[in-house]
Design a protein around this ligand. Structure first.
Ligand code: ZN
Length: 214
């Protein structure tokens, strides 16, 4: 990833300035247990992934994903020392398949990196819920059906290329999740707020860096 040097540099600067310390983590944990039945309020200054050091990016990567539509869950080490494990990668691609069209596709490893980094980042603050995959790869037919049903889906969606996922994490406000993903500067981020009990979701992709609300 070309920005690692930049991340490292910025991390050192922030640490020196005392802007990113673990001091706020216990507060967040306390909030989490207090607000068991509500979502966390966004602490925007806390979720800045550019403050991460190189050590974060080189450690082994485990993904813990659930697919509410099929009830599946995978928790596996998929990357270590710069190498992706093929069988783990295939399992993740399967989980991110089009569950309606019953078809899977190769998922962009960069997307997996974003999903992993998101999960690993918030785990540092005691949040270890699995990441919910609401949508991953989509066949053109499934994408078209969503459009006809009035569900937000772009005609040339990156879901069709295995380069996008719609996600949520229980008890983590969508805004926090979206801002965190945006801070990785890896692609597009769509914020979909919904007033339902389960809340909205965040679209993340490996396309151009941009953000929108839908
Ligand atoms: Zn999406």
């Amino acid at each position: 990833m070309p920005t690692r040097r930049h991340i490292l540099k910025k991390s050192l600067l922030l640490t020196a300035a005392g802007l990113f310390t673990g001091l706020r983590a216990p507060t967040l944990l306390a909030q989490e247990s207090e607000e068991k039945h509500s979502k966390l309020a966004p602490p925007p200054d806390l979720f800045d992934s550019q403050a991460l050091d190189l050590e974060f990016w080189v450690k082994p990567r485990t993904l813990d994903l659930i697919r509410p539509a099929s009830g599946e869950r995978v928790k596996l080490l998929y990357w270590k020392d710069g190498e992706m494990f093929d069988s783990a990668y295939q399992q993740v691609c399967h989980l991110l398949r089009d569950v309606n069209g019953k078809k899977s596709a190769a998922i962009d490893p960069k997307l997996l990196e974003t999903l992993w980094a998101t999960q690993a980042f918030i785990a540092r603050f005691g949040m270890t819920r699995p990441l919910e995959i609401l949508s991953g790869y989509r066949t053109p037919e499934s994408n078209q059906r969503l459009r006809e049903e009035g569900i937000p889906a772009a005609r040339k969606s990156l879901h069709l290329e295995g380069r996008a996922a719609d996600i949520r994490i229980a008890q983590l406000h969508e805004e926090v999740l979206g801002e965190l993903i945006k801070s990785f500067r890896q692609g597009g981020v769509g914020f979909y707020y919904r007033p339902s009990a389960r809340g909205g979701w965040i679209h993340t992709d490996t396309g151009l860096q941009r953000m929108w609300k839908g």
